[in-house]
Design a protein around this ligand. Sequence first.
Ligand code: SF4
Length: 379
Amino acid sequence: MRYIKPYYYTEFKCIADKCPDTCCAGWQIVIDDETLEIYSNEKDEFSYRLKNSIDWAEGVFFQNNGRCAMLNDNNLCDLVTAKGEGALCKTCHMYPRHIEEFEGVREYSLSLSCPVAARIILEDTNKLIFDIEENDETDPLEEEFEDFDFFMYTQLEQARDVIFEIIQNRDLSVDIRMSYIMDMARKFQNAVDEQEVYRMEEIAEEYKALGEEILQASKFEQISDNIRFEKVKSAYELFKELEVLRQDWPEIIEDVKKNLYNGTCEDYSKIRDEFYHDFVNEITDDRWEIFKEQLLMFFVYTYFLGSVYDDLVYSKLALSTFSVCFIEEIIISEWLKNNKHINLNKCVEISYRYAREVEHSDDNLNILEEMFMDRLQKN
Ligand code: SF4
C-alpha cells in the first residue's frame, strides 16, 4: 500500500473555540453507522441530549439555525466536552483531513474549507512536496475495488506529475501555467473519449519535453482580459443555480457581479490593472503568484486522480483553474468594496469560504463539472 500526504499534513491542529469560523455549521454532519450504533446504546446522563440531537432517519445531527445541535454558543462541541474526542463520529473526527482511496494507494489532504488548514496551505511559500510511504502489507482499512481501471490510474498519475511540474514552474505567470494545463486537459479528454487512454502518457511526455520551448509560443500567452471577462461573467450566472450553504454567500457573489461585470470589458480591465498595481505590488508580484500556485496545486491534487472513476479528466482540471480564477475575482471584488484595501488574511478567508460553498456540496461540484464538459463539447 502506498500512502501520499502533502508534507504539511501533520501540522494541522484544530483551534476549536478560537476558530474564526466553525466546521459545525452550514452543512449536515453525517454520522457513520458504527457510531450511530454506539450512540443508540448510550445510557449515561448525556445520552438523552445526544439522542434527541440526532435525526435517526437520516443519520445526521439536527441543526438549529444551520448550526449543529451539539454546538454551543461558545462554538464548542458539547459532545466533546461531555464525552471526549473519542466520542466523535468519523466525519467530525476526520475533518478537515480528507482521504481519497485508489487501489493500493491512499491519498491524504487537508480541506481548504477549514480556516487553519487554508492558512497552512496558502501561507506556505515553498513549493509543495509530498511525503510518500510504501509497504508490502495489506492495510486493514483498504477498500475493495471492483473494476478499478489500474491502467488509467497510472496514466493519470504520470500526467499529474507533469502537471505539478508545470504548476510549480515559477518562471512563468500562473495564468500562463493555467493555459498550458488546460491545453493538455483538452488532449487528455480526447484520448479518453477515443478510448486511447495510453496516449495520456505520451501527451504528458510531449508537453514535458517541449518545456520552455512551447511556453515561449504565442498560443500560451496570458489569457486576455477580454476572454477572461466573457468566461467568468458567464460562469458567474451559474452560481445562481448552486446550492447555498451559508446564507451570506449569495451576497458575496452578487457583489462580484455589481463590482466587476456590470460595466464594459474596458472597465473590468481597468479594475484588474489597478488591483495588480496596488495590492499585488504591495505584497509583491511573486507572493501573489505563489498564493495562486498553492490554490492550483490544492485543487489539482484533490480532484485530478478522481477522474479514474468518471473519465471526466478535462472537467477536473477546468474546475481547478476556474476555482483559482473565481477566487481571484471575489478577492478583487472585496478589495473594491473595502475602499481598495485587502490583506492576505482576507484572501485566505475568501478561499476557505469558496471551498465551503463549492467543494462541500456534491451537487455543486457536479453542476460545475457538467458545465465544463458542456463547454468543451460546444467548442
Ligand atoms: S473549521 Fe477547522 S479549526 Fe475551525 S473548528 Fe473546524 S476543524 Fe477546528
